[in-house]
Design a binder for this molecule. Structure first.
Ligand code: IPD
Ligand code: CA
Ligand code: CA
Length: 252
């Protein structure tokens, strides 16, 4: 945990230093971009993991998956919220999780703009800068503040969350689209959001944030209420109390 904590802080510092300076942008798709900061943060994180734990596997957004002989695998998003970052909108984070035998055992989400370090360990609870986290107690969806996001293929695919968004916006108190899924999940763990859902997320978007949610007393499922895994195509996360109400809206 101390290693993950320090690594997230170091990478976050790098992102903060390069923030709002000219940062070249490269396009992976029509609207899906990557900045030099994504790559520098990833290089830093992967080289330190490689040095400290050479036999551990790694799954990280901008590089190829590396399998290791051991059952341990680090799941990393070196910059979650990259579109925000490229526009100078200060909502982004570093997300680092550790998986052991297929189970997430540790997660750290660091927001360098607010110096917010969210961390969770399996069975050890979730904390923000050392303070224990608990999900909210809102029990009525119409009083709930939700977060969601839209996939990068929003223009090409009909499976783009717009129909779910339209159905949910008239049932919840309000919905936000902050633009960094890992931080959205950390905010849910902290009781700042009451629920979250999104389609087509990747393991590096959700691994650390989802452990934060469950360790803070929240609930996860796939879009139909079934068991969620980092490879599930969709995620519904909540304080538990409004989970069924969210599923009813999503299932129509
Ligand atoms: C994205 C953000 C965004 C979510 C997208 C993700 P990136 O990650 O988490 O909130 O809606 O689905 O891909 O590209 O900024 O690392
Ligand atoms: Ca991401
Ligand atoms: Ca990313």
């Amino acid at each position: 945990m101390e290693f993950a904590r320090q690594l997230a802080r170091k990478a976050g510092k790098l992102l903060a230093e390069k923030f709002s300076r000219h940062n070249p942008v490269y396009y992976k798709g029509t609207i899906d971009l990557v900045t030099e900061a994504d790559r520098m943060s990833e290089d830093l994180i992967l080289s330190e993991i490689g040095r400290r734990y050479p036999d551990h596997g790694v799954l990280s957004e901008e590089s190829k998956e590396k399998d290791g002989p051991s059952a341990m695998r680090w799941i990393v998003d070196p910059l979650d919220g990259t579109t925000n970052y490229a526009h100078g909108f200060p909502f982004f984070c570093v997300s680092i999780a550790l998986e052991k035998d297929g189970e997430i055992v540790l997660g750290v989400v660091y927001d360098p703009m607010r110096d917010d370090l969210f961390e969770a360990s399996l069975g050890g609870g979730a904390h923000l800068n050392g303070k224990k986290l608990q999900v909210s107690s809102v029990s009525d969806l119409s009083r709930g503040l939700l977060a969601t996001g839209f996939p990068y293929d929003i223009r090409e695919s009909r499976d783009n969350n717009l129909d779910f968004f339209a159905a949910m916006i008239v049932k919840a108190q309000a919905i936000r689209r902050p633009g960094a899924a890992a931080l959205d999940l950390a905010y849910l763990a902290a009781g700042r959001f009451d629920g979250f859902w999104e389609l087509k997320l990747k393991p590096w978007d959700t691994a650390a944030g989802c452990l934060l949610v469950t360790e803070a007393g929240g609930v996860l499922s796939d879009m139909t209420g079934g068991k969620w895994s980092v490879f599930s195509p969709g995620l519904v996360a909540s304080n538990g109390l409004i989970h069924q109400q969210m599923l009813e809206v999503l299932l129509g």
